[in-house]
Write a protein that binds this ligand. Structure first.
Ligand SMILES: [Zn+2]
Length: 402
């Protein structure tokens, strides 16, 4: 049976007074100003007094690659060349040497992020003729190992291209049968050199199989912008508004202002969302501009300690800080917008029907020793408590044994 819990003196964004959160059967039953609950909760319900600390909804990583991670393994000096194609080739050459994909590495990383307050991840898993569905199976095994700590959903990801690697399309569809809930894509022009071919194929499968789409689009400038149009047109034509995302979307930061405005209008009209990782020196979309125009912007870790690069720790509050910092944001309300990329916007992007600190939502809570959400983003302190489906799963940055 899922747990019940009474969290007292929680500081929630949007409430001037501290609040008490009553959890019943794994869901938030009531949220009331501290001390105003009409009758005391049953004596057997555990009480946690968080003494005015910030309480956030469970954090969501909308874009990572846990099948690639070396987490828990040796330090591996980065060995790829400078271009995207070099990194793809390097990974294909070396992944076997490190036993990738590894369910153990992936599960170790998932345990780490659970203690950091991440309660859901959407991870892109490589699917290609070399590895087949091995990655999908490996991640499913890791997800099973952490059941009850963090929910995992997979994007079937054609890292090495779709059209240029015959057999990949069939494998992507097989990945849906194996449990993937989204189809990935990668630079239909830059990698595949056949933008219409890749996009037509992905949209046809997604519409027929009822899955969402999330395309890595690194192509910059007018080449990337042109593909925004192709994606927006197909999203509308197939009725997939709200179910399509562009990850990275570097074109937004590499076209003239007037063209960027046109692209943002196009995203708003077609219901296509954007995901940023705010990594390295790649362009980061404007948090405020997208929010003001009604475009969903979520964030994700992207690679975490893998053959693509040495960085990453899976901390979604830290990721929100990177998004805020790269945007030059300073005001509390703007830092909260950046945090939304890992909470409410992320929940919308992955299509959660019920989410947040509201009655009826699953009781996924993160307690942060900070005075405001903005301070939490800046300071990224060790999480005091993580609650998943009403059950305390971590205290002071460590998982609790159940
Ligand atoms: Zn990625």
């Amino acid at each position: 049976m899922t747990a019940s819990l009474f969290v007292r003196q929680a500081r929630l964004t949007g409430h001037a007074e501290l609040q008490d959160v009553l959890v019943h059967e794994g869901r938030i039953a009531r949220i009331v100003a501290t001390g105003t609950l009409p009758e005391a909760p049953a004596a057997e319900i555990p009480v946690v007094d968080v003494a005015g600390q910030v309480v956030l909804p469970g954090l969501i990583d909308t874009h990572c690659h846990i099948d690639k991670t070396l987490w828990g393994g040796p330090w591996v000096p980065h060995s790829a060349g400078p271009e995207l194609v070099d990194r793809i080739a390097n990974e294909r050459e070396r992944r076997e040497e490190f036993g990738l994909p590894s369910p153990d590495n992936a599960a170790a990383l998932l345990r780490t992020v659970a203690a950091l307050g991440t309660t859901r991840v959407r991870t892109h898993t490589d699917v290609d003729p070399g590895i087949g569905l091995g990655g999908i199976e490996s991640v499913a095994k890791a997800a099973d190992a952490v059941r009850g700590l963090v929910d995992v959903e997979q994007v079937a990801f054609p890292q090495d291209g779709v059209i240029r690697r015959p057999g990949t399309l069939e494998l992507l569809e097989a990945a849906i049968d194996a449990g993937a809930t989204s189809l990935g894509g990668i630079d239909p022009a830059g990698v595949d050199q056949d933008p219409l071919g890749q996009l037509d194929a992905l949209f046809e499968i997604a519409a027929r199989r009822g899955v969402s789409i999330d395309i890595h689009l690194h192509d910059e400038g007018s080449l990337g912008a042109w593909q925004f149009g192709l994606v927006a047109q197909r999203t509308i034509a197939y009725g997939l508004q709200g179910r399509v995302a562009l990850s990275h979307a570097d074109a937004l930061g590499t076209v003239p202002d007037v063209e960027r405005h046109r692209l943002i209008d196009m995203l708003a009209d077609s219901g296509v969302a954007i995901i940023t990782a705010a990594v390295y020196n790649v362009p980061v979309p404007s948090v405020r501009e997208l929010a003001e125009n009604g475009v969903t912007l979520a964030c994700g870790s992207d690679g975490i300690r893998d053959l693509w690069g040495p960085y990453g720790n899976g901390d979604m509050i830290e990721r929100a800080m990177h998004v805020a910092y790269r945007n030059g944001l300073r005001r509390d309300e703007d830092l909260e917008l950046a945090l939304d990329c890992a909470t409410h916007n992320a929940a919308r992007l992955v299509g959660l029907e019920s989410y947040g600190l509201v009655a009826g939502a699953p009781a996924d809570l993160v307690v942060v020793p900070a005075r405001t959400a903005a301070e939490a983003v800046v300071a990224r302190p060790t999480r005091s408590l993580v609650v998943k489906d009403g059950r305390v799963i971590a205290r002071d940055g460590q998982l609790v044994e159940s």
